[in-house]
Design a protein. Structure first.
Length: 141
């Protein structure tokens, strides 16, 4: 954020949440749930540039920081993550194959915006993606 303010460069934040992860964990157990989290992490890593960074934010939420990226370009990256993860196939039980999905919210940083306000704004957008039916990318625009 300091760099974004100092050099007047865009910065975009993504928050993504696994859809129906609690139900998956309840049905198949935490070991299988951990496999889902690990595979999501690998998909995210494959879809990001070297300058980007991703972090587990809590539970089944991840945050991705995209420096020098507008919200429009961030939406392209988010959509790539969403579609690539949806292709992953999980076999949590014999004879059972499952596709998982993610909901992603994103926004571009506003100069001098407080970090809590920025994260809260993106969080609300991510919850809108969930409310609108899950397995989608939402931004402010």
């Amino acid at each position: 954020m300091d760099r974004s303010n100092r050099y007047e460069q865009p910065l975009t934040l993504l928050l993504l949440d696994l859809d129906d992860f609690k139900r998956f964990n309840d049905n198949y157990g935490h070991v299988e749930g951990d496999q889902v989290l690990q595979r999501l992490g690998r998909v995210v890593k494959r879809c990001l540039r070297q300058t980007d960074s991703a972090y587990r934010y809590g539970g089944e939420e991840f945050t991705i920081i995209l420096p020098m990226t507008t919200s429009e370009d961030g939406a392209v990256i988010a959509e790539r993550i969403r579609t690539e993860f949806k292709k992953e196939l999980f076999f949590p039980a014999p004879g059972k194959d499952v596709h998982m999905t993610v909901s992603i919210g994103l926004a571009q940083y506003r100069p001098q915006e407080e970090i809590r306000a920025f994260v809260h704004r993106v969080d609300q957008i991510m919850y809108k993606a969930k409310k609108d039916g899950k397995d989608r990318v939402r931004s402010e625009s």
